[in-house]
Unconditional design. Structure first.
Length: 324
């Protein structure tokens, strides 16, 4: 590997290439579900999908471009499995891939009346405990084939990226050596599967990842976790990768409920794995251009690395303090 890993820039972060669905098309879809035109409300902000509230009970999503259609089809496969496992996420009312009303598949889901974490007041510890419990339910789902759900390693070994950034002049040699040593130390704390599978008898297990466990996809209501939404980035991958899009202080608040252990009893494996991805993806963002006006906190190139700095500067408890 000689280039930079993709980090957390999945296909949904690319610009849309199709036009807005017409008002007549949206009205026709709404009519199918007995929703009046005056009850339709567009919900802005989605990168991959056009979104509309249909009355008070239904929510419509239509891919913005052909490249995003597989993500919606993936959601149609994943959501029922997640709900069957007890994960709080809106139920699918209909998934229509016939293209009879619009030249794209579309999904209608139940509408929940929560607020995403970006818009809500900062939640208390109970919210993060709820989240840890929900993610644990998701990760216990046995690995079985699910339509369109890939296996993802999160970009592979980040150490060649460090060397590449040093070669390009983004890092001085001393900092590069320090980062390589940090990755080497973290690699001893959790199972690695960065080489050929046959050489990794203790490789990390693959779990069903939500894949975009970030504030914009966490709904809260009355300071409690209402639901996880947007499953377009779902994948089979290592557990630590799931926690790469939450701020580290929120990861630290979530993991005790996820593991069922208090922080002081943790062996540090999952914490080391989560930190590995924060560092790896943060470094991959260094050469990328600024992304103003994005809602998610990881969009600015330096945010993730500065988040690691902020977390450790605040003096985190064990096992985190032993990972620096």
């Amino acid at each position: 590997m000689t280039g930079l890993p993709p980090g957390d820039l999945p296909s949904r972060d690319r610009p849309a290439t199709t036009s807005e669905p017409t008002a007549d098309v949206i009205a026709a879809i709404a009519d199918r579900y007995r929703v009046r035109v005056d009850e339709i409300r567009e919900v802005p902000g989605g990168v991959a999908n056009h979104a509309f509230a249909l009355g008070d009970d239904l929510f419509l999503r239509i891919p913005r471009a052909e490249e995003f259609e597989p993500d919606l089809q993936k959601e149609a496969a994943v959501i029922p499995v997640a709900r069957a496992a007890g994960v709080r996420t809106p139920a699918i009312v209909d998934f229509d891939a016939t293209r009879t009303l619009v030249d794209a598949p579309y999904m209608v889901i139940e509408q929940l009346h929560g607020t995403d974490l970006i818009e809500a007041e900062p939640p208390d510890d109970q919210f993060w405990q709820d989240l840890g419990t929900q993610v644990a339910l998701l990760h216990r789902i046995p690995q079985t084939p699910l339509d369109g759900v890939p296996t993802d390693d999160g970009g592979g070994d980040p150490r060649p990226t460090v060397e590449h950034l040093a070669t390009l002049g983004y890092l001085d040699p001393g900092t590069a050596d320090w980062l390589l040593g940090w990755f080497d130390r973290l690699a001893t704390r959790f199972p690695q599967d960065l080489q050929e599978p046959q050489a990794q008898p203790h490789a990390q297990p693959r779990v069903l990842l939500h894949g975009d466990l970030a504030p914009q996809n966490l709904l809260t209501r009355h300071n409690r976790l209402e639901a996880l939404i947007d499953w377009g980035d779902a994948a089979w991958g290592p557990p630590g990768m799931e926690f790469a899009k939450l701020r580290l202080e929120h990861v630290a608040a979530t993991l005790p409920a996820y593991t069922g252990q208090s922080t002081n009893k943790s062996d540090g494996q999952l914490e080391a794995a989560a930190l590995w991805f924060h560092l790896s993806w943060g470094l991959s963002g260094i050469p990328k251009p600024p992304r103003p006006n994005e809602r998610h906190w990881t969009a600015p190139p330096a945010s993730r690395l500065l988040g690691v700095l902020r977390f450790f500067a605040a003096g985190p408890p064990e096992p985190w303090s032993g990972l620096s």
